[in-house]
Design a binder for this molecule. Sequence first.
Ligand SMILES: [Zn+2]
Ligand SMILES: [Zn+2]
Length: 245
Amino acid sequence: MSKFLKNKTLVMPDGTAMDGNPAEFLEGKFVAYYYSASWCGPCQRFTPQLAAKYAELKAAGHSFEVVLISSDRSRESAQAYHRKMPWPMLEFGQTPGCILEVPGYPTLVVFDPNGKPIGDFEGNTVVMSVPFDQWPNYEQIKKEKEKALATEWDALPAELSHPKHAHPLKKTAKMYGGTSGWNCDVCRGSGGSCRGYQCSRCGWDAHPACVGATPVAAPPATAAPGAAAEASKQPEGAASVTTDA
Ligand SMILES: [Zn+2]
Ligand SMILES: [Zn+2]
């Protein structure tokens, strides 16, 4: 951790330089670098939420610190914004020794006490939504969640029909190439993820749940193993030819 703020200065919300060495202050702690700016509306809304979370984590005795990396355009506006926060700021005009650019504001970039990044640019989610004791396993938890979602998706039928629409609907992993938003024709809600069911004739589309998509049942476990294997291989044709050679 210390390497990122080597030879840097941390400033307190009252504008005075922090006593002592920033590296020592951050030693052994999870540190969230808070990329934020007073000119950014979402930042202004997020800062009080982060301050509340900060107080909660501190009260629970967790080794956690936030450091504001200001993207304000002047020292004066950076300091005025910083006064609304309970954590230190990297001296205006100095850059951290690691990430210089973030995809947008506000962004938290979290590091564990050994300087290993947690969730790259997903620090807002890590800090605000993940219990502190699970932070070290964030990447693994995320992977498992994604895997479970993929398994769930794979089990849905490739095609189905629904009383609200006359044509068959096809399972589509990337609606509109995944490039544009879409709205569900059943609930009118946002498509959210890129996955849905779509009519290839007229573009009618819907969330899987909104057209009642449920996982296709696996072959019954009680069937003879040979028969079950043969049945599941039927659509693939050549795959079932194994004993002719
Ligand atoms: Zn829907
Ligand atoms: Zn249609």
